[in-house]
Design a protein around this ligand. Sequence first.
Ligand code: 6PG
Length: 251
Amino acid sequence: MPTKFPSPAPATFEIHVVPDASALAEAGALEFTRAAKDAFEGRGIFHVVLAGGSTPRALYARLTRPPFRGSIRWDRVRFFFGDERCVPPDHERSNYRMAREALFDPLQIPAARVLRMKGEADPIRAARDYEAAIRRRFAGHRARFDFILLGLGEDGHTASLFPSTAALSERRRLAAANEVPKFSEWRLTLTFRALNAARRVVFLVSGPEKASAAAKILKKQRGYADLPAAGVAPSRGTLLWLLDEAAASKL
Ligand code: 6PG
């Protein structure tokens, strides 16, 4: 029986459709920059969670070019990950490697400002260690990320919260090791508790292959609640679905 999960209504919910993948990267970079400026003004630091997969690469690369490169106090940004494959950090499937190549290296972001999920370690231990590091980072306050970037899988997964997997039911922890039978592998992922505590969550969705899952969730079509991405609704935050026209073609 698929897991049903609460999808509390976010404080505000928006859908923004742009023409193509290039416009999506531009719009995503703008959202990132706005959230960073809000965080700098409010708290002096910007805690951001990066998405993996392939879609965000263009957004990360766009941030390394003007005007975004020069408009963000990169020394005041702390990077986290929404999920990671259980592979070493230099593996071609590593989300960390993708972000390092597209963002950290071009901006010369020191390792100390990046909290990497250790895909090379035992998954259970790596998840516990990541959770502990997040809690240390927020030093006794509730772990509340300023900005969480997420992708959408064709099956409605987000981060590494896949349909009918155990991590969907995790209510206490912020990070979890999640066995994903469809790939016969383990993944590391933030949980709904971490995602739905965020100030702002932005889904970045590109391509016709995502159109069915996006429409099912955003139009609340039959069975939408079984798709993990439908469970992301920051209860005290804002939610933006940013799609290109191909991904929005069934809305
Ligand atoms: C991952 C991601 C995952 C991704 C979606 C979309 O590790 O794969 O975090 O949740 O965001 O699968 O991936 P694409 O952007 O490659 O389509």
